[in-house]
Structures are given as structure tokens and as C-alpha cells.
Design a protein around this ligand. Structure first.
Ligand SMILES: O=C(O)CCC(=O)C(=O)O
Ligand SMILES: [Fe+2]
Length: 253
């Protein structure tokens, strides 16, 4: 299959993305995503992963134990009709993440702010950035994740206007083998349904290294690939969207 020139993933060092030194969003628009290897050193990721396990009593189980989070993720609550629980526990969610992983939420907000060159704040009343745990040897490791867009936290109006929205994934503990994120040269066009033809579109896979930060346009079609080995896949995630009325970026999980 011919691969379109756009079906590539950019790679940048964090140092090259300091405020004012690059037009990050233009780079993102010319690629399927932007990889930032070495955003965190492996030793720090290992320490964070240990803290994630120490926080196991606080993990939220989703889809019958297929996946877990530290902090509450909006899309899992939405898909399980647990929206009330999400908002009722937003403060607790942030307190748990802050207690187990001090400073991580702020760090991700600051990363977003650096990349977009504008203020980035936690969305009022929502749960701030958190962590996904995809267990080794369980359903998702065999089957991979859903093919999806990250538009769940965007209003219909934001979607219709294609208001800017980003997803950040920070890989704290990659699995032993596999578990890449597949990115397609397909973006949200008003429906969550994905056609066979779209699935045949050019794509690329990001085989995360430990400590790597990946940024993708939230409207981009993506899917976690199956993985093998005994190591759980642990990644921190932040969603962010431009809030026109507040002239800032809002961040949530
Ligand atoms: O962990 C990843 O690579 C991406 C996860 C994802 O697609 C999501 O949380 O929406
Ligand atoms: Fe996603």
C-alpha cells in the first residue's frame, strides 16, 4: 500500500520544544503524532510505576477488570453510564493522583502549556490527568484496545468547529513486547463509526519507549495494539482542549 507522506510520526527532543522555539501545532498537523522520547528519565518512570502499584487500593476497575485507572477517566465513565460517579468523585480522584504521584498532574499541564504557548489549567469540576493500567495477560493485552477518537470530553460545538484538542500519553512502563499505539491518517468527521475503507488508510505505530511522551490530535483515529509478556502497560494520560471563552487550554483525564 502506498503510504502518504503525512502518515509519519515526528520525533522531537523536549529541549527543542521550549516556549517560542517551535510552532508545535504546525508540526503536529503535518504528522500523525509527535513523539518526545526521554521526556522523563527511566529511573523516574520506574519510581512512578512503583507508586502506581502502591496506589492499587485506589485503582478504578473499568469494563469488568479489562483495564484500571489511578484517577478517573471520563471516557470509561461515559461508556459505562457512570458519569455521576465521575463528577461526584472528581476531587477525590485528583487527591489520590496527587498523593500517589505528587506533581504529575501539574507537570502534564505545564507540558501542554509549553507545547501550545498558552495557559493550561485543569477543567473545573472534572478529574485531572491520571494513569491507565492495562494488565499483562488479560483481555486487552490479547485483543488490543478499541479503535477510537478521543472526542468524548469535547462538546458537540467544539467537535463541529474542530476546536483544537490534544491527547498526551506518557509511557511510564511499556509492556515487554507490543502495545504500540496505532495512528491512522483518519480524523473525526462527525461520527464515531469507522468504515473498512478508513481502516485501510495509511497508518503508523508508535512503539513507546519508557519515559516517552506522545502527543496526538484528539480527533485522530487510534488504537492500542495487543501486547505480550508479564509486565503491565502503564501510561499517564492528559486530554486538553482550547477553551475559547476562557482563552486557555482545559485539561482532564
Ligand atoms: O495509552 C495509550 O497509548 C493511549 C490510550 C488511549 O487511547 C486513551 O486513553 O484514549
Ligand atoms: Fe484514546
Amino acid at each position: 500500500m502506498a503510504v502518504s507522506p503525512r502518515a509519519t510520526v515526528a520525533e522531537r527532543s523536549w529541549e527543542s520544544l521550549r516556549p517560542g522555539t517551535s510552532d508545535f501545532l504546525s508540526v503536529l498537523d503535518a504528522h500523525l503524532g509527535v513523539r518526545i522520547p526521554g521526556f522523563l528519565p527511566p529511573s523516574e518512570c520506574a519510581a512512578l510505576a512503583r507508586r502506581v502499584y502502591a496506589g492499587r487500593p485506589f485503582w478504578i476497575s473499568d469494563f469488568g477488570g479489562v483495564q484500571f485507572t489511578l484517577g478517573r477517566a471520563w471516557y470509561t465513565h461515559l461508556e459505562q453510564d457512570r458519569e455521576d460517579e465521575y463528577f461526584a468523585n472528581a476531587r477525590t480522584s485528583d487527591a489520590v493522583v496527587e498523593r500517589m504521584l505528587p506533581g504529575l498532574q501539574s507537570r502534564l499541564c505545564e507540558a501542554i502549556s509549553t507545547l501550545v504557548g498558552a495557559p493550561a489549567v485543569k477543567r473545573e469540576g472534572w478529574c485531572g490527568p491520571g494513569v491507565h493500567i492495562f494488565p499483562a495477560g488479560e483481555w486487552l493485552s490479547h485483543n488490543g484496545g478499541d479503535v477510537h477518537f478521543d472526542n468524548e470530553g469535547l462538546s458537540d460545538e467544539q467537535c463541529a468547529r474542530r476546536s483544537r484538542a490534544l491527547t498526551l500519553v506518557l509511557m511510564l512502563q511499556p509492556p515487554e513486547s507490543g502495545g504500540a499505539l496505532r495512528l491512522w491518517d483518519v480524523t473525526f468527521a462527525g461520527t464515531d463509526d469507522v468504515s473498512e475503507r478508513e481502516l485501510q488508510s495509511p497508518r503508523a505505530e508508535v512503539d513507546y519507549q519508557v519515559g516517552e511522551l506522545l502527543v496526538l490530535d484528539s480527533y485522530r483515529l487510534h488504537q492500542i495494539q495487543p501486547f505480550t509478556g508479564t509486565r503491565d502497560r502503564i501510561s499517564a494520560t492528559a486530554h486538553a482542549a482550547w477553551d475559547e471563552s476562557g482563552s486557555c487550554w482545559e485539561v482532564w483525564f
